[in-house]
Ligand binder design. Structure first.
Ligand code: ATP
Ligand code: MG
Length: 224
């Protein structure tokens, strides 16, 4: 996959693909297939020297770290969990923006009670971020790793709180939960394999500059 003439870009379908493609168009890269309709995992583009690999969002840093893709588009949430080893993160693409939050039932009183006999339980897909957040506050907690639908956990007594991504807050609201603490702002980043950065520097740099220009001239997403 990593021959010298080809640049391989890893990204996930859904919101990241939809929001990244207009930026890639500024670098004259257009997908020849729609990943929502095709079962292909490797998409050719209008540039014969550029291929897209369509993978799960949380797998993007791994593909780029090992050089299976030269570049990738990954959420900051995914990068914080991955750790970023073997990667450069040269550009904030300012897409797929949301916030990582602590959320829970609206009455924090009980969960916060100083006399409680056990550690608070936090259900999340973002174990590292959650650990870091509560450690920084000096609170020891019990983290419960989940792979999705975190909103369910407090409703059925699996956890006291969750750490999840929040955009509009509608999913929390629909489940009777409220945002309680802001951990960090999230957006998607361009990531580059460290070896590709050296070996394919001219091509990677051209793409980086085109994307930088596209990001600068894109309408800033409303801070919701
Ligand atoms: P998977 O479905 O493979 O478990 P995922 O659910 O994290 O992964 P997506 O929902 O496509 O995949 O999210 C991809 C990325 O988009 C996330 O890593 C995050 O950076 C961002 N994202 C997730 N949820 C939101 C949201 N509600 N608003 C804006 N961006 C979001
Ligand atoms: Mg999802």
């Amino acid at each position: 996959m990593g021959t010298d003439e080809t640049l391989t870009i890893a990204l996930s379908k859904g919101r990241i693909f939809e929001q990244a493609m207009p930026l890639l168009a500024a670098a004259d890269i257009r997908a020849l297939d729609d990943p929502e309709r095709s079962r292909k995992l490797i998409l050719d583009t209008s540039d014969p020297r550029v291929k897209l690999v369509i993978i799960r969002a949380s797998d993007v840093p791994t593909y780029v770290q090992y050089g299976a893709a030269d570049l990738g588009v990954a959420g900051k949430d995914v990068l914080l969990e991955h750790g970023g080893e073997g990667l450069y993160e040269p550009l904030d693409l300012r897409i797929a923006r949301c916030r990582m939050m602590v959320a829970g039932k609206p009455d924090p009183g009980l969960a916060m009670h100083p006399g409680r006999r056990r550690l608070r339980r936090i259900a999340t897909k973002y174990v590292r971020c959650a650990e870091r957040h509560f450690a920084a506050k000096g609170e020891q907690v019990e983290i419960i790793k989940l792979y999705g639908s975190m909103e369910l956990a407090p409703l059925v007594g699996l956890s006291d709180l969750i750490v999840d991504l929040v955009e509009s807050g509608n999913t929390l609201k629909a489940n009777g939960l409220v945002p309680l603490e802001h951990i960090c702002d999230i957006s998607s980043r361009l990531i580059v394999n460290k070896a590709a950065w050296k070996m394919k520097h001219a091509r990677v740099n051209d793409l980086l500059q085109a994307l930088r220009g596209a990001v600068a001239s894109s309408v800033p997403a409303a801070a919701d």
